[in-house]
Design a protein around this ligand. Structure first.
Ligand code: PEP
Ligand code: MG
Length: 540
């Protein structure tokens, strides 16, 4: 037996034969042509045919994996109409007097290199999309059809990498798992695997001779076992059955209302760290995003993310959530989240130090850049903004002044924005104690139980020695939650919880009885919490 390790992008267990999926390499020769107009026409015709094929794939994907994941094929259709892309191809044909296939291949290389070198995971992943659309055109120009999976038994697909169009063309009933050498958590293979609810691993350096061999994919441990013995297969069959039963039970809840037996609706939202988590949020039936930790945009970057970079990220999330509420938290760095380029001085007690809103109110330009990006993105969906680590009404008033300045700047530049709800995180005991006053200033509260527990119990949440007494169920924390809900409701605010405690199903009923309006949890916890909500009966 051989064990290969990589990174899991979706959990689950698969047992079956491996098929190494290799694409027919498009061999593109450079040929001199006399009639460049004719080549341009060949390219134009192939482009139209590619768009037709993509429209067909969109319909197929829509039925199989839902609107959000099918959207990539609409994006591909739009990419085919991108003026820079078209211009590059026609320019190469005319200036070098070469065949259309060659011009497409060169443009594909140039553009995908450009995306691959970008300092942004999401944009880097787009390099695969450029290659994908270009290969489609080349195949059409060369009269080749798409490669499909043959054979009858469901298999584990091992590939170098998989393009979205390849993944969607595979017959889903024949795929047990995806295992790729390359690929990222942002890749569509990962996204589709999550949607299809099958295990997927990336970074698995499988040998070529694995083709046809039996393997076990453990999507929880991030491991593949090639040619396991009988005992191991039996052990994994049992694990797989338990996993299937549980997932099936939870999946049946998808699309069902997040309502208690007596009809109270709870907004069940997802916590995300970036654009790439949106697919998981939707696949798990999130009714909205309750916490987008925007600091990840800063943490993943080597320099301040620009207004445009941020705008694209927020706009993408807002668009993909298609009108559902997206609560984006402004930058919360400091304490456990340090960013080099912020050049922050050493602090003896960073958890109680220069962090989050304190930095933003001090470095107002950094704050304004983010607010401008957020307001611009608000024209594309239902964006709400929330501010972390609030301790006073004065802070909220100052924030609102800055927000007004930003709105005025956008008005002056005739830039559109939507109606944005403003809220604050309640994660300090101070905020809880003055929540009656704070509620008059904002539209909503979101309780950050991770920090609220830390500050209420005076226990550093990062200190492993104190893990055993870091207790979010502490009576003091629960009373603070109740107080926040009551004070919020008196002023018409909706109140949610976005700390880890929101996914603790042993407290779901307690929170609902307290009057909580919203619970925001990691995507994988949405269905378990929904299950719990639907069992609660407030009439009893
Ligand atoms: C919290 O403090 O509960 C919270 C949600 O914020 P973070 O964990 O990002 O500090
Ligand atoms: Mg916090």
């Amino acid at each position: 037996m051989q064990k290969l390790e990589g990174k899991s992008v979706f959990g689950g267990i698969a047992i079956g034969k491996v098929v190494v999926y290799s694409k027919a390499d498009s061999m593109v020769a450079r040929k001199h042509v006399e009639d460049t107009q004719k080549e341009i026409q060949r390219f134009e015709d192939a482009k139209e045919e590619a768009k037709n094929q993509l429209a067909g794939l969109y319909d197929k994907a829509l039925k199989e994996v839902g609107e959000e994941n099918a959207a990539i094929f609409e994006v591909h259709q739009m990419m085919l109409d991108d003026l820079d892309y078209i211009e590059s191809i026609t320019h190469i044909i005319t200036s070098e007097t070469v065949n259309a296939e060659y011009a497409v291949a060169c443009t594909s290389d140039n553009f995908s290199e450009m995306f691959a070198s970008m300092d942004d995971d999401y944009m880097r992943a787009r390099a695969a999309d450029i290659k994908d659309i270009s290969n489609r055109i080349i195949n059409i120009l060369q009269g080749r059809s798409d490669v499909l999976l043959e054979g009858n038994d469901p298999v584990i697909i091992a590939a170098d990498d998989l393009a979205p169009s390849e993944t969607v063309q595979l017959d889903k009933s024949k795929v047990l798992s995806f295992v790729t050498r390359k690929g990222s958590t942002n890749s569509h293979t990962a996204i589709l695997a999550r949607t299809m609810n099958i295990p997927a691993l990336i970074g698995i350096d499988f040998p070529e001779d694995v083709n046809g061999k039996t393997a076990i994919v453990d999507g929880y441990a991030g491991a593949v076992y090639i040619e396991p013995d009988e005992a191991m297969i039996e052990e994994y069959k049992e694990k797989r059955q338990k996993d299937i039963d549980k997932k099936k039970m939870l999946l049946e809840l998808k699309g069902k209302p997040n309502k208690t037996v007596d009809g109270r609706e709870i907004m069940l939202y997802a916590n995300i760290g970036g654009v790439s988590d949106v697919a998981a949020a939707l696949a798990n039936d999130a009714a909205g995003i309750g916490l987008f930790r925007s600091e990840f945009l800063y943490l993943e970057s080597n320099d301040y993310p620009t207004e445009d970079e941020q705008f694209i990220a927020y706009q993408t999330v807002a668009r993909n959530m298609a009108g559902k509420r997206v609560i984006i938290r402004t930058l919360d760095i400091g304490a456990d989240k340090q960013v080099d380029y912020f050049n922050m001085e050493h602090e003896d007690n960073p958890a109680m130090g220069y962090r989050a809103i304190r930095i933003c109110l001090d470095r107002v330009e950094v704050f304004k850049t983010q607010l401008r990006a957020l307001y611009r993105a608000s024209a594309y969906g239902k964006i709400a903004i929330m501010f972390p680590m609030i301790i006073s009404v004065a802070e909220v008033k100052r924030i609102k002044e800055i927000v007004e300045e930003v709105k005025k700047e956008l008005d002056d530049a005739s830039i559109k924005y939507g109606d944005v709800e403003l809220g604050i995180m309640i994660e300090t005991p101070a905020a809880v104690m003055i929540s009656d006053q704070l509620a008059k200033e904002v539209d909503f509260f979101s309780i950050g139980t991770n920090d609220l527990t830390q500050y209420t119990l005076a226990i550093d949440r990062q200190n492993p020695k104190l893990d055993n007494i870091y207790d979010s169920h502490h009576e003091a924390v629960l009373r603070m939650i109740q107080m926040t809900i009551d004070n919020g409701h008196k002023e018409g605010c909706f109140v949610g919880i976005c700390g880890e405690l929101a996914s603790d199903t042993s407290l779901t009923e307690t929170f609902i009885r307290m009057g909580i309006d919203e619970l925001s949890v990691s995507p994988t916890f949405i269905l378990p919490v929904k299950n719990e909500i639907r069992k609660v009966d407030l009439s009893k």
